[in-house]
Design a protein around this ligand. Structure first.
Ligand code: AMP
Ligand code: MG
Length: 356
């Protein structure tokens, strides 16, 4: 299949943008697949109400088909048709955080095919805030099912070049545009129970959610990897992307962390093994290794969130054998978002943590 790559940028007039997105929307209506930017990561979109489109999404990604997709909508008026009911709590959360990086789980309406929900009777819905994503969803008929636009086993793409790397030849169109600002997948909240439950942490934190709905739980499997309970977000059970190199998260006082990482790096590099480091801006000048990634200031979780997946892909391309990352849990002023970053980092590290 020939994949059309469409760039949308500042030079495009509103009219031209509408034309390009109308073409993209037509592809979705005809049962094809289009990768598009959202504020979290790039999505791989298909018609959510067409079971054949969902089947194609799984095939393009090489993803197991029991891993449910998120339906993206552009307008609150479209929610009714795909869910059995809209609980009060969900309405409040939508008022507060939609459009934005929040996905909610509802009981699904008949019209939503089981192919889209991975066989579940619930459905995940999100209204993204990225303006091009919204316009694209409208042009596509209103319901775009989309997982992240990476091959299964790769990090979610935050840059169009990684979408091209993974999806060229496998889908009909890739929309390349700016505005993928957050870099981590959406927060997922199950609103089918009396007390909403966070199934996946993200930019919208527990604290932000609880300011709106009061009590809110967190699925135990998010922070306790030793839990034998099955995660309620089915996708969470799949092994997450791990870089080719061995990734270890190092926890401790900053100077001790730097000393430990430098010692390890010197040892590996003496053996001819490339070593990579993900460190905060404040510590960066003190590190010595083949590849050093700047995670931004320790007061700001946003920079590392935006770049984490890119760092992991770059380490692979650089053939790095060992990777050390500072722990960001205690570092950031924004503890909630720091927790989401750590959730992804620890998954990539297979929960290998060293305390120094
Ligand atoms: P993504 O990883 O961003 O492609 O989002 C898909 C993820 O959303 C899945 O892997 C699940 O973890 C979660 N999800 C989607 N639908 C449901 C659902 N009905 N119930 C629980 N989790 C869901
Ligand atoms: Mg994904």
């Amino acid at each position: 299949m020939k994949t059309k790559i469409v760039t949308i940028g500042k030079a495009d007039s509103q009219e031209r943008i509408e034309e390009k997105l109308a073409d993209a929307g037509d592809i979705i209506r005809q049962g094809g697949l289009v990768a598009f930017p959202t504020e979290t990561v790039y999505g791989l979109g298909g018609d959510a109400l067409n079971p054949e489109s969902s089947r194609k999404i799984y095939a393009a990604k090489g993803r197991p088909s029991d891993n449910p997709l998120i339906i993206h909508i552009a307008d609150m008026a479209y929610l009714n048709r795909i869910v059995r009911e809209i609980p009060d709590q969900a309405r409040k959360l939508a008022d507060a955080f939609w459009p934005g990086p929040l996905t909610m789980i509802f009981r699904k309406a008949e019209i939503v095919p089981h192919q889209t929900t991975g066989g579940l009777d619930t459905v995940a819905v999100r209204m993204p805030s990225h303006p091009l994503a919204r316009l694209f969803i409208q042009k596509a008929g209103g319901y775009v099912a989309a997982p992240s636009a990476n091959l299964s086993g790769k990090p979610s793409p935050t840059l169009a070049k990684y979408v091209v790397q993974d999806m060229d030849g496998r889908i009909d169109m890739i929309i390349d545009a700016e505005g993928v600002e957050i870099g981590l997948e959406s927060t997922i909240v199950d609103v089918t129970s009396d007390v909403p439950v966070i199934l996946r942490p993200g930019y919208i934190t527990q604290q932000m959610l609880s300011r709106v709905v009061g009590e809110i739980d967190m699925d135990v499997t998010i922070y306790d990897d030793s839990s034998t309970q099955a995660p309620k977000a089915p996708g969470m059970k799949y092994r997450h992307y791990a870089p080719k190199g061995e990734l270890v998260v190092v926890v401790g006082r900053p100077q001790k962390v730097v000393r430990y990482i430098n010692e390890q790096a010197a040892m590996h590099e003496a053996e001819g093994k490339r070593t990579g480091i993900i460190g905060t801006q404040e510590m960066l000048a003190e590190y010595h290794a083949f590849s050093i990634k700047n995670a931004g200031s320790r007061n700001d979780a946003n920079t590392v969130a935006r770049q984490l997946y890119t760092f992991l892909r770059e380490f692979d391309d650089e053939n790095v054998s060992y990777i050390y990352a500072e722990s960001f849990a205690e570092t950031f002023a924004d503890k909630g978002f720091g927790q989401a970053v750590m959730n992804r980092l620890l998954k990539a590290a297979g929960h290998k943590v060293v305390h120094v």
